[in-house]
Design a protein around this ligand. Structure first.
Ligand SMILES: Cc1cc2nc3c(=O)[nH]c(=O)nc-3n(C[C@H](O)[C@H](O)[C@H](O)COP(=O)(O)O)c2cc1C
Length: 178
């Protein structure tokens, strides 16, 4: 199960300050089965603004940005629970309150046929993809804020599926097409 513990590192106020991921950088992290960070590469530290020692052992939601709809993480975890790789656009927070967009893949890691954790590799997203995803997520989060917790994922997922299923069978197909 994913770690639900809120991160303990100071939460700044969020700002409009965006950092753009360079297209030859790969932002990599590994987690244990509780989604606590066990490895973060230099680009992860650079773009998030956290030092390696501030990241190791922390829940991966340390970089969660409040503009991200809960339904996207629900979808991520549904894939991971079924041992499937997830692809998606993720807006992450920086330690200083700024943000950076990524195109992320997240997948289970196996050792000796045993699932031991998860691996995520993130790269720069295309501008045209963010132009589609940002207003879609904004619509979802605006609705999310008006709903009771148990209604948030089903109701905001409906917005996602309405946008996707006109042309695509899955979120991955949609994400990879952008
Ligand atoms: C390997 C791996 C990488 C992840 N990468 C991110 C990430 O870059 N940003 C993020 O917000 N959540 C990421 N998550 C998902 C978080 O664990 C968490 O589910 C998400 O931030 C939602 O947090 P919340 O349940 O506290 O709302 C990742 C999970 C795993 C297993």
């Amino acid at each position: 199960m994913p770690a639900r513990t809120p991160n303990t590192i100071d939460k700044p106020s969020f700002t409009d300050s965006q950092v753009f991921v360079e297209c030859d950088d790969l932002i990599v992290s590994k987690t244990d089965l509780d989604s606590r960070i066990t490895y973060a590469n230099k680009p992860f530290c650079y773009y998030s603004g956290f030092r390696e020692k501030e990241l190791l052992g922390q829940p991966q939601n340390i970089v969660r940005h409040p503009d991200m709809p809960r339904a996207i993480y629900y979808l991520m975890w549904e894939h991971l629970k079924q041992d499937q790789e997830f692809f998606g656009y993720i807006k992450n927070r920086r330690k200083d309150g700024g943000f950076y967009w990524t195109f992320a893949s997240v997948a289970p890691v196996y050792e000796n046929n045993q699932k031991t954790g998860y691996l995520s590799v993130r790269r720069c997203p295309g501008d045209s993809a963010i132009a589609v995803v940002e207003p879609l997520y904004r619509k979802m989060i605006e609705l999310e804020k008006t709903l009771q917790k148990e209604q948030q994922i089903p109701m905001t997922s409906a917005i996602l599926w309405k946008a996707i299923t006109k042309e695509f069978a899955t979120y991955a197909e949609f994400a990879l097409s952008l």
